[in-house]
Design a protein around this ligand. Structure first.
Ligand code: SF4
Length: 275
């Protein structure tokens, strides 16, 4: 079987860094937790748990030790609370996310109405909203942009993983909403690179296997994009590959989300080669 890996796939810089920081923070006789799952990949979360890095959903669940802030980041009140509680913070906020947070705060401080273009309920967008203060708004669609009133000063930032094309479309609808418009395109290239490489490969093969957490938004998006080009399956591990998918298939492409560990990609690759 001809199996081709996408040119860009798997862990991005921010996720690699967060995992490394979490692994470094783990120590015997030391309580270490991440605030929320470190990445949207259940296998990686389980592996870290085996090495002593647990997961808590809220600071109410901890009273001592290290608390790791994941790459999506958190709002300023979490930093304050961790300090008051006397916990040791390991800040694994991705520098690109940090940039989006500080950009939103800067715009708010300069008196701009902040609009964040991204998925409202995504933890990263929530964290950017918190840095931008009470009045900030998150929108995702052109229709939502149309429904906004006019503002004296309008400042726009993006969720780092938002699609560049969609960002342009939504921003297009904001152009008439203010005469003082500041747009900071805080999109990280990792997502665009993975998406372009996946689409390019999907156009050349009979079937794509997209590897990554079913709860990972960026992996699900890769699967959607590949699905527009060829038969596509989204799996979390090699165990999910089914023999009947491979009937009459000569060329397979593999891609993986930014939160998919290398070892899972390798297992899927090897198993596909044997089909
Ligand atoms: S996708 Fe980009 S912004 Fe998000 S964690 Fe990875 S490197 Fe950072």
């Amino acid at each position: 079987m001809d199996v081709i890996l996408a040119e860009n796939l798997g862990f991005c810089y921010g996720v690699k860094r967060a995992i490394q920081l979490a692994e470094d923070a783990a120590a015997p006789n030391q309580v270490t937790n991440t605030l929320g799952p470190i990445i949207h990949n259940p296998q990686m979360v389980a592996k870290l748990a085996e090495n002593g890095v647990g997961t808590v959903d809220s600071l109410d669940e901890v009273s001592e030790g290290n608390i790791i802030i994941r790459s999506h980041g958190v709002g300023p009140q979490v930093y304050d609370r961790v300090e008051k509680m006397g916990l040791t913070m390991v800040d694994a906020t991705c520098p690109h996310v940090r940039k989006a947070q500080t950009s939103a705060k800067m715009l708010a401080d300069e008196g701009y109405q902040v609009v964040i273009i991204g998925e409202k309920y995504h933890p990263e967008v929530k964290s950017i909203l918190e840095w931008a203060g009470d009045k900030a708004i998150a929108i995702e669609t052109e229709e939502e942009a149309d429904s906004l009133p006019r503002f004296g000063k309008l400042g726009v930032v993006a969720q780092t993983t938002f699609s560049g094309t969609k960002f342009r479309d939504v921003v297009g609808r904001l152009l008439d909403k203010s005469t003082d418009l500041k747009i900071l395109r805080t999109i990280c290239t990792a997502t665009d690179q993975r998406q372009s490489a996946a689409v390019e490969l999907a156009a050349q093969v009979d079937m794509m296997i997209v590897v990554g957490g079913k709860n990972s938004a960026n992996t699900t998006r890769l699967a959607q994009l590949c699905g527009e080009k060829c038969k596509t399956y989204h799996v979390e591990t090699a165990d999910e590959l089914r023999d009947d998918w491979f009937e009459n298939i000569k060329k397979i492409g593999i891609t993986a989300g930014a939160s998919t560990p290398d070892w899972i990609i390798k297992e899927v690759y090897k198993k596909c080669q044997k089909k």
